[in-house]
Design a protein around this ligand. Structure first.
Ligand SMILES: [Zn+2]
Length: 450
């Protein structure tokens, strides 16, 4: 049984229901679960004989939660020809490159993306893998997550409507729908862990309404509910997306989702930039989650998601970095800052606070991934936390050190723990070497560019 404590943090931001912030705070955990959170003085009786980590000059938060990613894309950053393209044109440029991926490439890309996330304070990431060329399988990503040590929610994605049927992807990248559903069952049975503290949970995730059939959307929802797993897809990402829905299905994306069973607390949709007032009310009423990806939305010119309106209506919201082909950088703390800034462009300086952005990045993300055991620092919750130095060049001078994480952010966390175990120590990956991650990525990149 291993016990550890972090003490003397300038602030512990618990993200509990009362948004408690504790000065000179600490967190004590045993194995993977938090035993106590409080002031260092109050925790003193629990500290006898256990290893303590001094966090003077630091802020401690729950680990950040990434709710939308395509980790395989980490090897297609800054690709010429789609640096300045909008969503549909961008996809058409990248599909032929992705069609060359092998299992080794997917492993290397996933390891790279998860290492990057861990180094930005992320402890739990979902992933949306929706193409499986050349023998790629979902377990190629799970193996990478186990190496980095991050908590992982891979989703078995799918594309089934190729160009010849009016869809966007080339026919070579789509799969037959019965095979997709069979493989969803296989990976859920093999890897999904419903227990508290689970390191791997599997979801189902048809890629988007413009790359799978109505029948697959419906059947995937039935399958997910039968298996008790969560459901994820892209929705209402930009104006083209809404236009496609109106032309092809005769209704807006929200109505399409609802008609196929894709609303509810077990569903979260990426983007939702173009939701209208009625769709926001639908999502709030049904507790349907939204993964807000502000950097990707900016990069692709998709628009400004109505985050303020969604929060006010009660829509569950988390943050996502999105795939590295559309946001290039996978830094979740930077995403929180971008979320705050982007709301202010249209909504004014009061549109989203630093604390609201941090709450979305932690508690909000855990909620939409169905992880009530994560996303907050409280006794009984999982020991997933990030220790941020706020006494260095980028953050020194800040009067409010918690807000400084977003307003004057440090380059990265000093330490990150997942399920009580170190994933980052002193700014370095603790479970895999930085050199091996980079070498693996470079080797795979050389194969893809050959
Ligand atoms: Zn995406």
């Amino acid at each position: 049984m291993s016990r550890l404590a972090v003490i003397h943090a300038d602030i512990v931001a618990t993200m509990d229901d009362a948004a408690t912030e504790i000065a000179d705070g600490g967190v004590v955990w045993r194995d993977g679960a938090i035993v106590a959170v409080g002031s260092t003085a109050d925790l003193a009786p629990l500290l006898d004989g256990i290893e303590t980590i001094d966090a003077r000059g630091c802020v401690v938060t729950p680990g950040l939660v990434n709710t939308h990613h395509h980790l395989y894309q980490s090897l297609t950053r800054a690709v010429p020809g789609c640096q300045d393209a909008s969503l549909f044109g961008w996809l058409k440029t990248l599909y032929p490159i992705w069609a060359r991926y092998t299992p080794d490439d997917v492993f290397a890309a996933t390891q790279l993306g998860l290492a990057e996330l861990a180094l930005s304070g992320c402890t739990l990431s979902s992933d949306h893998l929706y193409l499986f060329p050349n023998g790629v399988r979902l377990e190629d990503t799970i193996a990478a997550a186990q190496g980095v040590g991050i908590r992982f929610h891979p989703t078995r994605g799918a594309m089934s409507v190729g160009e010849s049927l009016g869809g966007l992807p080339p026919d070579s990248l789509v799969e037959a729908e019965p095979a997709i559903l069979d493989d969803m069952v296989r990976v859920i049975d093999a890897f999904h862990d419903p227990a508290d503290g689970a390191m791997v949970r599997v979801g189902v995730a048809p890629c988007s309404p413009f790359s799978v059939s109505r029948e697959l959307m419906r059947d995937a929802a039935i399958l997910a509910r039968d298996k008790g797993v969560m459901m994820h897809t892209h929705l209402a990402e930009d104006a083209d997306d809404v236009r496609y829905s109106l032309e092809k299905f005769g209704c807006r994306p929200g109505d399409y989702a609802e008609s196929l069973g894709w609303t509810g607390p077990d569903v979260w949709h990426a983007h939702c930039v173009q939701l209208d007032t009625a769709e926001i009310a639908l999502f709030a009423r049904t507790r349907t989650g939204v993964a807000h990806c502000p950097c990707s939305n900016c990069r692709l010119g998709s628009g400004i998601a109505p985050v303020r309106a969604m929060l006010d209506a009660g829509v569950p919201l988390g943050l996502g970095v999105d795939g590295s082909a559309s946001s290039d950088s996978g830094n979740l703390l930077a995403e929180a800052r971008q979320a705050m800034l982007l709301q202010r462009v249209n909504g004014g300086a009061g549109a989203l606070s630093a604390r609201e952005a941090l709450r979305m990045a932690t508690r909000g993300g855990a909620q939409i991934l169905g992880r009530h055991d994560c996303g907050q620092l409280a006794a009984g919750k999982r020991a997933d936390l990030a220790i941020w130095p706020v006494d260095e060049i980028a953050s020194s001078g800040s009067w409010d050190k918690l807000a400084a994480l977003v307003l004057a952010p440090p380059p990265g966390p000093r330490d990150v723990f997942v399920e009580g175990r170190a994933v980052v120590r002193d700014g370095e990956l603790a479970r895999v070497s930085r050199q091996s991650v980079v070498a693996g990525a470079q080797a795979a990149l050389a194969r893809l560019m050959a």
